[in-house]
Design a protein around this ligand. Structure first.
Ligand code: THU
Length: 148
């Protein structure tokens, strides 16, 4: 898939152009700023309107302030028009698939389209498979409604 995805419809893995997505992630990985870990990460995603976004990790001398590649991706999502993430891939410095860290799965979940797909070390998975029973925006809404 290179074009549009109907909002609210779970994407079909066979329609995603994973190679193009991976190429964008590899390109982003090449721009990573990783003087401390020397572990570059690149990510890329397709958005509900069909555009493609990407990001790399940016480290800091104060190690804990490091920005994972997914942080850049989410910022880019909003900077370039918003929407929700339909398909996502993450690569390491060897170009191998990399699992997003736990914190970044939560970041991705917040901005995921229903049924968002991820290219993982064990094949294509949905966001619900990589972050089961997630805490998220709907949790807060349900609580607020229950409090009435
Ligand atoms: N990293 C990411 O960018 N995303 C992840 O999901 C996992 C970890 C980065 C953070 C740090 O710059 C380097 O990988 C080593 O932990």
């Amino acid at each position: 898939m290179t074009g549009s995805t109907t909002q609210g419809t779970a994407p079909d893995a066979a329609e995603i152009d994973w190679e193009t997505l991976r190429a964008a992630a590899l390109d982003a990985m090449g721009k990573a700023y990783v003087p401390y870990s020397k572990f570059p990460v690149g990510v890329a995603a397709l958005v509900t309107d069909g555009r493609m976004i990407s990001g790399c990790n940016v480290e800091n001398a104060s190690y804990g302030l490091t920005l994972c590649a997914e942080c850049a991706l989410v910022s880019s999502l909003h900077m370039t028009g918003g929407g929700q993430l339909v398909a996502f891939t993450c690569v390491d410095g060897h170009g191998n698939a990399l699992m997003p860290c736990g914190r970044c799965r939560q970041l991705l979940f917040e901005h995921s389209a229903p049924g968002m797909l991820l290219q993982t070390v064990s094949g294509i998975k949905t966001i619900d498979e990589v972050l089961p029973d997630a805490f998220g925006p709907r949790t807060l809404v349900a609580f607020a409604e229950g409090a009435e």
